[in-house]
Write a protein that binds this ligand. Structure first.
Ligand code: SF4
Length: 217
């Protein structure tokens, strides 16, 4: 796997390409990010950003979500797919935030993953973006690219990848690194057609095509 120095070089190159490592989901309130991430499962951030303005206009408070009929929520999020499960989770999550957390999004992995529809990927994103803690958001882009680069051993298991990234990444860089993986995965290291010939990370990559002649130290 990659040396600390090689990981540092990768981080710096990515910083140069994507100075603003922002989450592409749009939100104003903390819980809106939580719900937007739930909606983004098996869906694009672009699609989520299209439905959330009307959803948040119809349900402008956490209380209004907690009292909502999941069927009506489902009508607003229909185009995001899996809308029955997502709407049930959002309403149940709003109720739990109000009854157990005083209407606030909690700031620990344990509390977050106890919320309906919230797994480690979502919890990590909330910890990074809302609480500015070290965060390892192991989505499909992050898992694929860190494996190709050789930062991880190529495991597809999100928990394994998260554990390896905790060892490999400087904690203060981790959240932004994961956001940059999403951007890089959309425009260069795509799932089906990685643009290796034009890739700024080619010299650091274990699986680029054509392969580099010497291993990075
Ligand atoms: Fe991805 Fe190819 Fe770049 Fe490696 S060289 S990071 S596989 S695009």
């Amino acid at each position: 796997m990659k040396s600390k120095a090689a990981v540092r070089r990768i981080i710096e190159i990515l910083k140069g390409i994507y100075p603003d490592a922002l989450c592409s989901l749009q939100y104003e309130k903390d819980y809106e990010l939580l719900f937007a991430v739930r909606l983004s499962a098996q869906c694009t951030d672009e699609r989520v950003n299209k439905v959330t303005p009307a959803l948040y206009a119809r349900f402008p408070t956490l209380e209004s979500f907690a009292e909502a009929d999941p069927k009506e929520v489902g009508e607003y999020i229909h185009s995001c797919g899996f809308y029955n499960g997502k709407s049930r989770d959002i309403v149940a999550c709003a109720q739990k935030l109000l009854t157990e957390h005083g209407g606030k999004v909690p700031g620990t992995m344990e509390e977050l993953t106890a919320l309906p529809g919230v797994g480690r990927k979502t919890a990590n994103l909330i910890l990074g973006d809302i609480f500015h803690q070290p965060a390892y958001v192991c989505d499909t882009h992050c898992i694929r690219i860190t494996g190709r680069l050789g930062i991880t051993d190529g495991s597809k298991d999100p928990l394994q990848v998260e554990r390896q990234l905790r060892q490999a990444l400087p904690p203060r860089e981790s959240s932004n690194f994961c956001h940059r993986m999403v951007l890089f995965g959309r425009d260069t290291c795509t799932a089906r057609s990685p643009q290796c010939l034009n890739c700024p990370l080619w010299a650091e990559c274990d699986t680029g095509n054509p392969p580099r002649k010497t291993a990075s130290k």
